[in-house]
Write a protein that binds this ligand. Structure first.
Ligand SMILES: [Zn+2]
Length: 331
């Protein structure tokens, strides 16, 4: 999905979605890119429109059945204006990771804490759902474990990350060769693709291999450290590339650069946003939220639509559509 052009800062966002009408227009275009089609009788054509405070009702000219623009989205049946929802979705997917309901209330300018809490809760629900499809396939995957938490109650988290080759990898390698002796380090040629993270009870082969089986596509190259836990992977149709020399941190860094960087970023986020204090029973939800944002960092519009519960169109609005004022001058 082409998502270039989605607002990357506040003034842009306000230009694209200045009011409730603009939000309603966007919703309608997302749901019916080729024009309103009645869900009841399938009639295609301009409907009658009735604006309410938090939604727009479209009435079919043929069968007279009403359809709410927000039905099937997280905004269904709420009394909060659409612009507040849009603004909230924009904040949690792009601006301020993992904020509290209180911060959220202030930023949205809501008078009631409960409203902020409810909106945040509903938007987050779209982020904490576990992702179902498998990663890997054409991309090699690094798998490793780390410890999250305080001194006394550390929790084991296993992670997987796709290693994608940069488009300019060949050029980079050639340039490096001219200036240095020896081969270029892998981490200079690659970037992170999608990730998966899971809380496990320990580092048993059974739990770790189950994680790989459920999250990495069969046939993928899987890179791990030299631990015996992963030795059964070839039996599950993976091409296993374990680290050859155990106990050498520098070699391990060269073999698994992306997963170590990911764990480091994850710990920074947990420390920074949650002050390191996440109860073990909530940790998986936070890992899912982190995963949601990470996997959509290049696709802000997908993330935005996803938390609002707006079904994805086959093609994203173009840059021109977004900025032409089509949403802004809807009324
Ligand atoms: Zn109809």
């Amino acid at each position: 999905m082409d998502t270039r052009g989605f607002p990357t800062n506040l003034p842009e966002f306000q230009r694209v979605f200045p009011n409730d009408d603009a939000c309603a227009k966007y919703l309608e275009k997302m749901r019916w890119p080729d024009g309103f089609t009645c869900p009841k009788c399938n009639e295609l054509g301009e409907p009658y429109r009735f604006a309410t405070r938090s939604s727009v009702v479209l009435r079919c000219r043929k069968c007279k059945v009403n359809t709410s623009l927000t039905s099937g989205t997280v905004m269904q049946s709420t009394h909060t204006p659409l612009s507040t929802w849009f603004w909230g979705a924009y904040l949690i997917t792009t601006q301020t990771p993992g904020q509290s309901a209180l911060q959220f209330q202030r930023q949205l300018g809501l008078s009631r804490y409960e409203t902020a809490f409810q909106i945040l809760h509903k938007l987050r629900a779209g982020m904490v759902r576990p992702e179902r499809d498998c990663i890997g396939g054409e991309y090699p995957v690094e798998v490793d474990e780390t410890f999250i938490g305080g001194v006394h109650n550390k929790t084991v988290v296993v992670g997987a990350i796709e290693v994608r080759l940069r488009k300019d990898a060949e050029h980079r390698a050639a340039k490096y060769q001219q200036q240095h002796a020896g081969g270029i380090p892998l981490k200079k040629l690659v970037y992170a693709g999608r990730i998966r993270l899971r809380v496990v009870t320990g580092r048993s082969a059974h739990e770790l291999v189950t994680f790989v089986n459920q999250n990495v596509a069969k046939g993928s190259i899987v890179r791990t450290d030299a631990a015996h836990s992963y030795h059964s992977l070839p039996g599950f149709y993976y091409i296993h590339e374990p680290l050859k020399i155990a106990g050498d941190p520098e070699k391990a860094e060269g073999h698994l650069p992306m997963i170590h960087l990911l764990f480091s970023n994850l710990k920074t986020w947990i420390l920074g946003t949650h002050h390191g204090a996440i109860a073990e029973k909530h940790l998986q939800s936070y890992l899912n939220e982190f995963t949601f944002r990470f996997n959509r960092r290049f696709y802000p519009m997908t993330a935005f639509n996803s938390v609002l519960g707006i079904a994805a169109r086959t093609t994203a609005p173009t840059y021109d559509e977004l900025y032409s004022g089509e949403w802004a001058h809807a009324a």
